[in-house]
Design a protein around this ligand. Structure first.
Ligand code: PA5
Length: 447
């Protein structure tokens, strides 16, 4: 079971602080389940796993099979919710030294469309020269500049290298059913395509084809991922007592801390494979909660790496933070510390121990030190890093986010703030339709 231990926050919140939130948390769960809360037209993610259409899974696996057969490299083009879920799962499950390849039988998965760096795109297109590569173009709106720009370049290169006919076979679009340039292009070119449901927002879309297709192409078992999420759906339902519901416990603990002045949550892991899971989590919570001048700021660290950099700040900096640690019970491989006759490094006290035992003691030592230093600690224990448990973790965080957003009093399912930079960028670039904005912004810059 995924377990949540919040015993190490008790001395930082008023007595009964978590329990006191129970009525609000229950209301939030009821609002989610009844669809009566803010943003209720975007809660389709809640039942994606339990309501998964078997024909859709078959079709995703068939398409993944075609791509795997025909491509040595696959570029997933997308940004934000159209990219981070797939990357989080693929990296959590992949071998650390094969750049997102599970083993030699699987295509290499690369990512694009999540930045506008000319050097990144140059180096990517150089790397792809002479390679049999495919593209998964993911955009719900179908008009996101970062993704569209990368896709334009990659599509041209793919057609030049493979010919238009073969390119058609290895380019897949995942987008809206009717709207947006990505849909127009897919229909006109005759690409295979999948639909992102209207009622699922980008950051909640990892259990749609947005996440499932790239994950299946990478060679992982999407049925187990979905099963894990469906089981967590049951564990977090409104019929489950709040103190047995991991999403509710997590949402309660973090809101109790927020109300006690802890404004920053640092998600920490002791497994570098979880780096992108933290990136996905940051988007999920940051974009969902940071509005109306409210919200916990989500940050992340990879330990023990960052104990040698950010560790100082966490131990002794401003006391407005709390830490949520993802702890993995069982690692996949076994490495023992060898005995050394000379013991020049003085490490013989560790000889015969598993490296993970050392890591676990670093984890416990860190928890104790940070709590002593004034940093409350929530610990989320995951039995193992496999498809099933990652599926559970994803759903737990999504449900926790929905509950938490409602308890905070915001609409967790919109993101009005992300439009501001786009408007300025389009005006500065002279996009048709932005003439008025362009005049305003140019006079502001000059004046
Ligand atoms: O969660 C969100 O809604 C956003 O992060 C989007 O996923 C992101 O902006 C990408 O949008 P789109 O899929 O329309 O290209």
């Amino acid at each position: 079971m995924i377990r949540i231990d919040y015993s190490q926050i008790q001395s930082f919140i008023p007595a009964g602080g978590v329990k006191a939130l129970e009525p609000e948390v229950k209301n939030a769960i009821a609002a989610l389940e009844k669809g009566s809360g803010a943003g209720n037209d975007f809660i389709g993610w809640m039942n994606l796993a339990s309501g998964m259409d078997k024909a859709l899974l078959d079709s995703i696996e068939d398409t993944a099979g075609i791509i795997r057969e025909n491509c040595e490299v696959v570029v997933v083009a997308g940004i934000g919710g159209s990219y981070l879920g797939a990357r989080a799962v693929i990296e959590a499950l992949s071998n650390s030294f094969s750049q997102c390849i599970k083993d030699d039988r699987n295509p290499q998965i690369l990512f694009a469309g999540h930045n506008i760096s000319e050097d990144y795109l140059f180096e990517l297109t150089e790397y792809l020269k002479g390679k049999k590569f495919g593209i998964i173009n993911i955009s719900k709106s179908g008009t996101t500049t970062e993704t569209a720009l990368a896709f334009r370049l990659l599509k041209k290169q793919c057609e030049q290298q493979l010919g238009k006919e073969t390119a058609r076979k290895v380019i897949v679009a995942i987008t809206d059913a009717k709207r947006g340039a990505a849909r127009v292009c897919a229909d006109k070119e005759g690409y295979r395509s999948f639909i992102i449901p209207d009622n699922v927002g980008g950051r909640f879309s990892v259990l749609t084809p947005v996440g499932l297709l790239p994950i299946a192409i990478a060679g992982f078992d999407i049925r187990q991922l979905v099963k894990g999420a469906a089981d967590m759906e049951l564990r977090t339902g409104s019929d489950v007592p709040v103190d047995e519901n991991p999403a509710a416990i997590y949402a309660s603990a973090r809101n109790a801390l927020y109300r006690s002045g802890k404004k920053i949550e640092i998600l920490a892991n002791f497994q570098p494979k979880l780096h992108y899971l933290s990136e996905w989590w940051k988007q999920l919570y940051g974009e969902s909660e940071g509005k109306d001048n409210k919200g916990i700021f989500p940050a992340s660290v990879d330990f023990s790496t960052d104990l040698h950099s950010m560790g100082q700040w966490i131990q002794e900096g401003e006391r407005t933070i709390f830490e949520t640690v993802i702890s993995v019970d069982q690692v996949q491989h076994s490495v023992l510390v060898p005995f050394d006759e000379e013991n020049l490094d003085g490490l013989n006290f560790l000889a015969g121990k598993h490296v993970d035992e050392v890591n676990k003691m670093a984890e416990l030592g860190t928890q104790l030190a940070h709590v002593d230093g004034g940093v409350p600690n929530i610990r989320i224990t995951v039995p193992q890093l496999n498809e099933y448990w990652i599926g559970q973790l994803i759903y737990m965080f999504e449900k926790g986010c929905g509950i938490s957003g409602y308890v905070l009093g915001v609409n967790p399912f919109n993101q009005p703030g992300v439009e501001a930079y786009k408007k300025n960028m389009f005006a500065l670039l002279g996009k048709p339709g932005y003439e008025e904005e362009s005049k305003k912004i140019l006079s502001r810059i000059k004046g």
